[in-house]
Design a protein around this ligand. Structure first.
Ligand code: AMP
Length: 282
């Protein structure tokens, strides 16, 4: 495994593998089982696996956790080595965004809803860095997690709109045994907050059950989910929405391919989770 921090170097290195299939997993590090599921899939599918580790400053708001975001690089590299990753790309923020940097990618209409409301500019930062990384790595397949459903929808749209020659594979959310979606930010939670955080996945399970039993009215389903989460004393709901999977616009009734997405603050930590209702799954 090679660790490369310079973009020109990785471009030159990857040129040597022309004709081989290349799988790419972009991350912000602090790797966990969720990331590893993407890496393992990429390893199975591709000749060459590239993982990037970059805490992208452009996707953090001024009051967000950029400074304190965990950066356990040594441990991350060990994980990558164990999983048989070929290249870890760890660029420097100054190289990614040099003085005078001016260019951004904005995926209109999909970035200013759901998480985009309380995190203005977040998806512009995400779309911009993913575009840059795709241009540098030029993979055949990009691996993303369903955990960040809005991000996956936005990146797929961007790839289509900009004719970027890459396939996207979205992998299911990896959860702890109690249902909590694994996230690098879970380390911010105290033991008691972690217990309360299970309410997010429980609310999604409740929604699934209601839908299975015939509920279709999204207002009612959301209201039942709200009540469940409000039972936790440190939980503050940012949003719970049921939206069309491709437009991210709210729907009045549950339809095929809709996304039930939520963001909830548990104490100071903002957590997200979601569930997709697909054709025939209800
Ligand atoms: P991050 O390091 O948080 O930017 O995440 C990097 C990639 O890992 C993104 O595509 C995420 O959606 C994905 N990911 C994060 N957590 C999980 C999880 N629990 N299950 C599956 N994928 C995940």
């Amino acid at each position: 495994m090679r660790l490369i921090s310079n973009s020109k170097k990785i471009v030159a290195k990857l040129k040597q593998y022309k004709g081989k299939s290349l799988g790419f997993v972009p991350t912000m590090g602090a790797l966990h089982e969720g990331h590893l599921s993407l890496i393992r899939r990429a390893r199975r599918d591709s000749d060459i696996v590239v993982v990037s580790i970059f805490v992208n400053p452009k996707q953090f708001g001024p009051k967000e956790d950029l400074q304190k975001y965990p950066r356990p690089l040594k441990k991350d590299l060990e994980f990558c080595r164990k999983e048989g990753v070929d290249f870890v790309f760890c660029p420097n923020p100054k190289e990614m965004y040099p003085l005078g940097y001016r260019t951004y990618v904005d995926v209109e209409g999909l970035s200013n809803c759901l998480c985009g409301i309380s995190r203005p500019g977040h998806f512009r930062g995400v779309a911009t860095i993913v575009t840059k990384l795709l241009n540098i790595v030029q993979p055949d397949t990009l691996y993303l997690g369903q955990k960040d459903a809005q991000q996956a929808v936005i990146i797929k749209r961007m790839i289509e709109d900009l004719n970027l020659p890459v396939k996207v594979r979205v992998m299911p959310t990896v959860r702890e045994e109690n249902g909590l979606a694994i996230s690098s930010r879970n380390i911010y939670l105290s033991a008691s907050e972690k217990k309360e955080a299970v309410a997010l996945s429980q609310a999604l399970k409740l929604a699934r059950l209601l839908i299975k039993n015939g509920s279709r009215d999204t207002k009612r389903i959301v209201s039942r989910m709200r009540n469940l989460i409000r039972g936790e004393k440190r939980a503050k709901i940012d949003y719970i929405e049921i939206v069309d999977m491709s437009t991210l616009k709210p729907v009045k009734r549950v339809i095929n391919n809709c996304l039930i997405a939520l963001a909830v603050r548990i104490g100071n930590t903002r957590l997200i989770d979601n569930l997709i209702i697909r054709d025939g799954s209800y």
